[in-house]
Design a protein around this ligand. Sequence first.
Ligand code: AMP
Length: 421
Amino acid sequence: MEAVQAVRGMNDILPEQVGWWQGIESAAREVLENFGYREMRTPVAEKLELFARGIGESTDIVEKEMYAFQDRNGDWLALRPEATASIVRSYVQHKLHADSGHCKFYQIGPMFRHERPQKGRYRQFHQIDAEVFGLDGPMIDAEMMHMLDVLLERIGISGVTLNINSLGCAKCRQVYREALKSFLVEKGDGFCGDCMRRRETNPLRVFDCKVQRCGELLESAPRLIDYICDDCRAHFDAVKDGLEKLGTRYAVNPRIVRGLDYYMRTTFEVITDRLGSQNAIGGGGRYDGLVRDLGGPDVPAVGFAMGMERLVLLLEQEKGRPVRLPRCFFASLGEKAGQSAFLLAQQFRGQGIETEIDYEGRSLKSQMRRADKSGARYVLILGEDELARREIQLRDMLTKTQRIVPLENILETLLAVDSEK
Ligand code: AMP
């Protein structure tokens, strides 16, 4: 019978890769909590309407990529394509804004977009997401990008570039939209069908177009950064000044518009030149109007999302596979010795020592072979003779030395030799 395969673009993370994931997750928790963020876990499915309102009807994500479906009651739901809208929904629903001052949240988990899968782009992928509500000053924007920098360093990723831009506010964008529209009209039919449509519905989205010809034509398009008002410019200057004071390197890139409608003022992207076309590792920005648009109070907000698969790809390129090795392996001979070894192994584990054991009463030779293959530093060998003498053999696989230890003392002995190394 033919075996069932996983859904295209949705990957298993196998034990041999999971070390990367655990390392990234624990670094993220450590760094984010250190900067005052608290974890939040929202459901993977939400009402479709949340994303349509929160991300924007005319974005690629909502128009083309969403896993939307009707459940058995006929309600329209969607698997979350990103975390921000869900976090805003939760923040508003639970009135977390009433707690006073600003709030910082983070979330780590799977997102779903029906994109064409390729290396670095999947249909289920994972993000580390952080959001701050209630602060409109430039310092938090700078601090957030600095935190990203700290996080990447803590994960062990180097050689990435932080690109920043300002999208201005609704006021400056209105003026810019008209200028961009005139440019698109002037260029006429050179653009693809999608872009022609965007020209009418949401001209800024033309910058998301992946068609090469459109990209070339856009090289000479007016730049939003040249249209921003005095307040927005002062904000942007202060963000840059903050980054410089924090020692976080950046480049201003006027082409960063981000794929979602809700961004304003500060936007940023962290990119690498080592992942081919899927070069964005993470990105984010300010979205002051979204909480209000989703029915909450008028609080400013800023956030980012980082893609974990791409972090893993970079780590694999830089460092090869992570290996997780047990410290100890119990090998035994005979039924009684096997039972004693089994109980001792549980005691070792109780002390936090990663321990493996043979469960099948195989020959000593084959157990030693498994012990060697497991990569365990210490092998403990218990035969009927040793058991009768209340002793056990302790073999150090690194130094290739072996000694006999009284059974009563084996745990203390192992803890002692292990702490010496
Ligand atoms: P976005 O929400 O589109 O700004 O994405 C934020 C980050 O998530 C990107 O920089 C990528 O690292 C990652 N990402 C987005 N879409 C995908 C995908 N389909 N597969 C893998 N990673 C993704």
